[in-house]
Design a protein around this ligand. Structure first.
Ligand SMILES: N[C@@H](CCC(=O)N[C@@H](CS)C(=O)NCC(=O)O)C(=O)O
Length: 247
């Protein structure tokens, strides 16, 4: 059986979860606890040496990179539900959107998410614990991100990431005011991968994502949340709560 290692239904982990549910594929979900740094443990780095989720195990193969996992599922397990257009130009459009989310949209939202949430985890550690922990993080850029989460992200970086978030939201809304879906006139991996990052922004970034400023984006977020497979997934897969401790 397929095994999916994830943090639960949020961000990059949400992409394969939505794909698996939409396609109705059986899988075993293994949820790692980021608060316990399980993704940096030796046992998990034996599965994904980059120490990041999601990771899909299919027999003796490990597939990483969230969007690649979704494409792999679509290739390896064709189902009646198709999440890619047949028309090759439409499929190219779909990949422009998935490439964009992976290279641009995801990163600006992620930095602000780390600033708001992960920094509380990083600051909760003693200096010794933190330095010890840093050694277990395999990706140099992630080490920098953890250090910044602890010491504070430079304000000019936060400002720039917020600017990029505003650009991202505008780009999505401009398209979604005119089109029901992002590519090919159907629900595709482009929608799944962008929704994985955009869903929740109507709460966390309400000054940017709201009915008055981004009606197209709001309609699309609501429409995806209403899909039976999406509702089933959120009901069945518990959410890992990140961020500051509740008062
Ligand atoms: N490009 C990778 C990024 C994966 C990624 O950033 N995963 C995050 C969770 S959304 C993670 O594992 N973060 C923990 C860390 O890097 O310490 C993908 O799309 O799968």
């Amino acid at each position: 059986m397929l095994k999916l290692y994830s943090f639960g239904p949020g961000a990059n982990s949400l992409k394969p979860l939505l794909t698996l549910y939409e396609k109705g594929l059986e899988f075993e979900g293994i949820r790692l606890n980021p608060a316990k740094f399980e993704h940096h443990s030796d046992w998990f780095k034996a599965i994904n040496p980059r120490g990041q989720v999601p990771a899909l195990v299919d027999g003796d193969r490990v597939i990483t990179e969230s969007t690649v996992i979704c494409e792999y599922l679509e290739d390896k397990y064709p189902t009646a539900v198709k999440l890619r257009p047949d028309d090759l130009a439409d499929r190219a459009d779909m990949r422009v959107w998935t490439k964009w989310v992976d290279e641009y949209f995801c990163w600006c939202v992620s930095t602000i998410g780390w600033h708001r949430g992960v920094s509380h985890m990083a600051k909760a550690l003693s200096d010794e614990e933190f330095e010890e922990h840093l050694k277990k993080i395999p990706i140099p850029e992630q080490q920098v991100k953890w250090r910044r989460a602890r010491e504070g992200f430079p304000q000019d970086l936060l400002d720039e990431e917020m600017r990029k978030i505003a650009v991202s939201v505008r780009r999505l809304d401009d398209h979604l005011r005119e089109h029901e879906w992002l590519a090919g006139g159907m629900y595709t991996l482009a929608d799944i991968c962008n929704f994985a990052i955009a869903n929740g922004m109507q709460h966390g970034f309400a000054d940017l994502v709201n009915k008055a400023d981004t009606p197209g984006l709001m309609r699309w977020i609501a429409q995806i949340n209403q899909r039976p497979a999406v509702q089933r997934m959120f009901a069945e897969v518990p959410m890992e709560r990140l961020g500051p401790p509740k008062e």
